[in-house]
Ligand binder design. Sequence first.
Ligand SMILES: [Zn+2]
Length: 337
Amino acid sequence: MAGIKAVAALSALTTLVAAHPGHSKRSIAVGKIISACTVKGQVALTFDDGPYQYTETILNDLDASGHKGTFFQNGLNYDSIYNYNSTVQRIYNGGHQVCSHTWDHADLATLTTAQIQSEMTQLEVAFANIIGVVPTYMRPPYLSTTPSVLTTLGAMGYSVIEVDIDTLDWEYDDTSPSTAEQNYQTGYEAGGSISLNHDPEPVTASTVLPWIINYLNGKGLKSVTVGECLGDPAANWYRAPNGAKASSSKPASASSTKPATSSTKPASSVSATVSKSASSVPASVSSKAASATASVKASSSSAATPTGKPSPDDTCGGTNGYVCQNSQCKFNHSILS
Ligand SMILES: [Zn+2]
């Protein structure tokens, strides 16, 4: 009975969200890939694949230095987003930007339109529950899209953000964080502005990000959110679950200390049931997510014969002993996001 109610509540809110994409008032493009800031001289630091246990350290780094970050988050990747409600709220209320990275880090290019919509709306429900609003910015996992994917995302009102500086922090995590740092410097000096890091990578929080912050400080630069560096008013970064603009909730105000109140009704009405629903499936779904990331990671180390359990840290093959659970190793390792 409870399960049926949970499904009904989830379905109702999902339908509500999907039926009101709210894209007609956006001031920047939706459904088209954006890879660079448009406000001259600004840079944006972005973090994918969280929330996870190191996200708070990232926030500490940013907040202590006055930089802003943009977080493309999953609902179920390294962990369930519902285990990090306070972290997501801290990002939102701290003047950083919360964005979507799909529910479980799926490769949207391999999915049907209905499946793509589901990847987005499942996470919309979670964000509605946790921060009371729905992001209007997203980044496709693996930066993988097709014209059809972009059409679907555009119809849902999403601005699609990619990158022009890839630090490859996940690849150089334990062996050579300085390589990720050099990648940032090289990308910046080449005119790059939107950089890619991963908050679940411990070395990003402890080493790479502090280096980047110091580097930018040396240039008198403070990173801003992607929305700001695109000149998009903060009110447009989110929408209410019912499709209205979220401007009344002061979405990105650093002075705001609590979540938006405009959507507490839908949030509170489905919070418990959605959480329960999510927690009832982590074994199979997280396994799938781990499998997906593991298979991607394996593309550059297919010569190895990995054994053991699915990777908990987005690595696979080589000498780490983690197993790849399927053979869909088709993504370019260099653009993994
Ligand atoms: Zn990702």
